[in-house]
Design a protein around this ligand. Structure first.
Ligand SMILES: Nc1ncnc2c1ncn2[C@@H]1O[C@H](COP(=O)(O)OP(=O)(O)O)[C@@H](O)[C@H]1O
Ligand SMILES: [Mg+2]
Length: 495
């Protein structure tokens, strides 16, 4: 046991040969293979003069008398059910260098690690993450350490945007709720959350939720919505004419009543009036066509339930929503109920407003969290998705200068299950949880030369994520986790 910088260290092995400045192999002392696991943080007391923080990955067990590439006495023993000698057995880990920590902060290591340098692990009470430098903000804890080993993050890169990836059930929404949103708040951002299904966030921020029905939709969304509810008035010439009339009424803009019932009545009355105005003969009497229009319109309006109209009666515009966000600090837009086009229309109206604010050179300090991001910016956007994708790219570009941060949450990274490549390029910090096999190739790119294999990414348990990119003070990805019970306790304690 040794002490360094007030930390208790325990020797676990020696650096093997050959070694480099970015990684080395470590032969474990006998018995330590039971204590040291993949992702364990270690300190290398480099005989060439500096102290190096590293992480254990790519473990190996070896016993020469059990090599299976050819027949030998060891294999013969095993075959006959007897145990061969363990005298030649040893274990090793690849040490992936995080940095030179000699001066109490992380720097790139430039000195070759000397073979036979001793390697130490940190005792539970000694937090190696203090060596990451003086950062106030942190997220989760180091996955193989104790829950007090909070992981520091560089909040100045929040407006360089964040991606959270992992298959369904890997813990993305929980990570956002328990760790990411509190981090964004601590860093001074007001957090606007688009909750696609209304189940991941809305129930947890009860008094800070706006429903779709509170938000003012633009005319074309209202028209599309009504058409759908009115079964498009059927088909053929009559239906076509009625759709024209309805569009005219919505564009006029004077169709909202105080209550859904009143709105329904107003719509019916306006429709009747439109038909009467357009279909009279010389003696001002309704023509036979007019009568047919009126009859068909009535038939379809009879099917419309007043409560369905609540969704289009909202009066809150994007500016009011942002003002409310300023008061509440966290605001959830509940997008359950309603067609995809409507959900995206709401997103667009808010995105456009934020963009205008930035074009007017306002510093925003707003973080926009978009769960189910492929709904907004899929790999191959179509129709209204093309516009939402374009807006997201626009927000990302302006956001870096004007303090708008995007967090996109998605079950896939690339391809059919992922998000648009042009959007993805704007995400400079990633949380990567258990990935989908379709994403194996894409994920591998983020872990080049860091000795994290696709195999382990495919098997990560729920609630564990690799932190990759700019907000990570370590140049290599590190594994974080978070404790949902402890967070729950803290939260209740505060209330
Ligand atoms: N840190 C964690 N520790 C333990 N269980 C977790 C953790 N994070 C998430 N879970 C579990 O995983 C489940 C799925 O999490 P969720 O965030 O809804 O996944 P996703 O959004 O990726 O589909 C949750 O119901 C929760 O029980
Ligand atoms: Mg989710």
């Amino acid at each position: 046991m040794v002490n360094w910088e007030g930390m208790e260290l325990e020797e676990i092995g020696l650096v093997a040969s050959p070694s480099r400045e970015t990684d080395a192999d470590c032969v474990l002392k006998e018995g330590k293979e039971k204590e040291v696991a993949t992702e364990t943080l270690v300190l290398i007391n480099n005989r060439n003069g500096n102290k190096i923080l590293a992480v254990c990955r790519g473990g190996l067990g070896s016993n020469d008398s059990l090599r299976i590439s050819y027949y030998n006495p060891g294999v013969a023993y095993a075959r006959s059910g007897r145990g061969p000698s363990t005298a030649k057995e040893f274990y090793s880990f690849k040490l992936v260098v995080i940095g030179d920590v000699t001066d109490g902060e992380i720097k790139q290591n430039k000195i070759i690690i000397a073979p036979a340098s001793p390697v130490y692990k940190f005792k539970e009470g000694s937090n190696p993450l203090k060596l990451f430098g003086k950062t106030i903000n942190n997220i989760g804890y180091y996955a193989t350490g104790s829950s007090s080993w909070r992981v520091p993050v560089l909040v100045e890169y929040i407006p360089h945007h964040i991606g959270v990836f992992g298959v369904t059930g890997s813990g993305k929404s929980f990570l956002c709720r328990y760790e990411l949103i509190p981090l964004l708040r601590n860093a001074g951002y007001d957090v606007l959350i688009f909750d696609w299904k209304g189940s991941d966030y809305a129930p947890y921020y009860e008094d800070s939720v706006i429903n779709m029905g509170d938000i003012m939709l633009d005319e074309s969304s209202v028209y599309m919505f009504l058409l759908e509810r009115l079964d498009r008035f059927g088909s053929g010439h009559v239906a076509e004419k009625l759709r024209d009339y309805l569009e005219g009424i919505i564009l006029e803009g004077n169709w909202r009543g105080e209550t859904p019932e009143e709105t329904k009545m107003k719509l019916e009355t306006l429709m009747k009036k439109e038909i009467e105005d357009e279909n009279v003969d010389k003696s001002k009497k309704l023509t036979s066509w007019g009568e047919r229009y009126a009859k068909v319109a009535q038939k379809y309006f009879n099917r419309l339930r007043p409560e369905d109209l609540r969704l289009i009666m909202g009066t809150m515009d994007a500016e009011q929503i942002i003002n409310l966000l300023r008061q509440k600090k966290i605001l959830v837009i509940d997008l359950s109920y309603g067609a995809k086009e409507q959900k995206l229309a709401i997103f667009l109206s808010i995105a456009r407003h934020l963009k205008t604010l930035m074009e007017e050179k306002n510093k925003l300090n707003v973080a926009v969290l978009i769960d189910e991001a492929p709904q907004y910016c899929p790999w191959n956007p179509r129709g209204i998705e093309e516009e939402t994708t374009r807006q997201i790219i626009g927000l990302a570009a302006l956001g870096r200068s004007y303090g708008l941060s995007l967090t996109l949450v998605s079950q896939g990274i690339a391809g059919e299950i992922g998000i648009n490549a042009a959007v993805r390029r704007n995400l400079n910090t990633l949380f990567i949880g258990r990935i989908h096999p379709l994403d194996a190739q894409e994920a591998e790119k983020f872990f080049a030369s860091s000795w994290v294999g696709v195999d382990s990414l495919l098997r990560l348990p729920e609630g564990q994520f690799y932190l990759v990119g700019k907000m990570n003070p370590s140049p290599v990805p590190i594994l974080i986790s978070f404790n949902i019970e402890e967070c729950e306790k803290l939260r209740h304690g505060k209330r």
